[in-house]
Every structure is written in C-alpha cells, then in structure tokens.
Design a protein around this ligand. Structure first.
Ligand code: ATP
Ligand code: MG
Length: 252
C-alpha cells in the first residue's frame, strides 16, 4: 500500500506494512501480527520516541555485550521483518553471533529468515540446525545452537517471550531485552530492559558502540527496576497529559 509521507502516522503505518509484508513472505508468524499490535500500543504510550531511560539502558547493554565472551543476538520473525540489516550491522560491531530463535518454529520459516539475514549481509547464522535445547522449555521453541545461545554468557533478546527469558536466566545468562511493554514478564525478568521500539533501539545502539569503545561514553551504574519505574511513569504522564486534540507525534 502507498502511504503518503505527509500522513501524521507515516512511520507507524510503514512499520505495520513491513510486518504485513513479512507475514506474506512467511517470515512473520500469525501471532507476530498480534505481538506487533501490542508493541504499537505501548509505543504510543511512551511517546513514540527514545526516552532517557531507554538510552541509559542501551549504554549498559552495549557495554555488557562488548565485554562478553560469547554474546548472542536472538532473531525472530518480527525482528527480521523490521530491521534485518541493522541487526547484522550491530552484530558485526559487537562481534556478536546472530541466532534464529522462534516461538512458533517451523523449518520453512527458519530458512526464510536465514535467507533474509544472509541477504542483509550476515555471514554466519546460528540456530538453523539446532544441536542443543534450553532446559525447562517445551517443544521446538527450546531448540538452540550449542555454539550460540546455549553457551552464550550475554544474550540480547528483542521481542522475546517471558518463559524463555526466565529459562535463559535459569541457565545463568545475562539477559538484555528490547521490549516496549515495561509490564511484560520479559521486561521484569531481564537484567537490562530497553523499553523502546526495536526500529529505534538498534540504530541507536549502533551509534553508541564506538562511543563506548573509545570511552567517550561510560556506562556507570545500572538498576533495571529504576528503568521500568521510569518507563511506567512515562506512560502515566502520557495518560494524564495528552488529549487527543493536542496529540502530536514526536518521532525521533
Ligand atoms: P511476556 O509477559 O511473556 O513477556 P509479552 O506481553 O511480552 O509476554 P509476547 O507476545 O511474548 O508478549 O512478546 C511481544 C512483546 O514484544 C510485547 O511485550 C510487545 O510490547 C513487544 N514488541 C512488539 N513489537 C515491538 C517492537 N517493534 N519493538 C519493541 N518491542 C516490541
Ligand atoms: Mg515478552
């Protein structure tokens, strides 16, 4: 569908189109459409911009990934449809592995996601032929790669399900989530939660990497409860101050 650039919700509608296109291509699962809708609602509530608490969390996330022994970025259908190229760039900069981990795993979907990631420049993709299982998780969604997720010390899990985050925590991993919903189990269980839209978060993290590497930016202290409190306060502020008439989208 052609969406005019002048449309006040242009970016949001374009993202929706990307997800629908990904669904038609067999990259996004049916439930991925619903997950995107939940994300849209929370994005609306946090002001559709990268807030300070999210940027603060990103600095710590980048610092942690850069200092990890075996950092892994988990990719699912929505992540692939929304920002495959940026994921590949971030993984390169962080020297992190990219692993496909799907909630609704089918071999056909895995292949399509792997192809899209390869087209975006990924040289090696883990999780295509899984050889290990995340303990405590049932069925195909437990599948993972031994060299990747299974032995990773730090994992970045965008748009992840709470069960799997808890299982990864039980394995002793440091978990970094990107999740627009500060109330989700994912957000609560993770060590660092970046409450932001993945399409803004990944490019911002790419910008942050050289600053952390060159020590122009220092990570300092971090408390995830504080991050989530700030995100909830931001939502409260939106609910209390924004009237539909005055509503103005502040895309960054
Ligand atoms: P749980 O409580 O198990 O964590 P959930 O509410 O997170 O469940 P899921 O379907 O497992 O639901 O995960 C989808 C999550 O991804 C939602 O929290 C949603 O807000 C978030 N999300 C969806 N799209 C985006 C996006 N573009 N960027 C960041 N987060 C997103
Ligand atoms: Mg979740």
């Amino acid at each position: 569908m052609q969406i005019p650039k002048s449309h006040p919700r242009y970016i949001s509608l374009m993202l929706r189109e990307k997800i629908i296109e990904g669904w038609h291509e067999g990259i996004v699962a049916d439930a991925g459409l619903l997950a995107h809708g939940r994300g849209e609602a929370f994005d609306y509530l946090i002001g559709e911009c990268t807030n300070d608490f999210a940027e603060h969390a990103m600095k710590h996330a980048v610092h942690k990934m850069l200092h990890a022994k075996n950092p892994v970025i988990s990719v699912n259908g929505n992540v692939c449809a929304l920002c495959a190229s940026d994921i590949v760039r971030l993984a390169e900069q962080l020297n992190a592995k990219i692993e496909i981990n799907l909630f609704y795993r089918t071999e056909a979907r895995v292949k399509k996601i792997a192809r899209k990631l390869a087209e975006a420049g990924a040289k090696q993709i883990y999780g295509v032929e899984p050889d290990a299982k995340i303990p405590g998780i049932e069925h195909a969604r437990a599948n993972c790669s031994r060299a990747g997720m299974y032995t990773a010390d730090v994992v970045l899990v965008p748009l992840e399900d709470g069960d799997r985050v808890q299982a990864l925590k039980n394995m002793g991993k440091f978990v970094i989530a990107i999740d627009l919903n500060p109330l989700s189990r994912t957000a609560v269980f993770a060590d660092i939660t970046i409450v932001d839209n993945i399409v803004r978060a990944i490019p911002k993290m790419i910008e942050i990497v050289p600053l952390i590497k060159s020590r122009k930016l220092r990570a300092g202290k971090y408390n995830n409860e504080t991050t989530l409190k700030k995100a909830k306060r931001r939502i409260w502020k939106t609910l209390c101050t924004v009237s539909p008439k005055k509503f103005h989208v502040n895309y960054k």
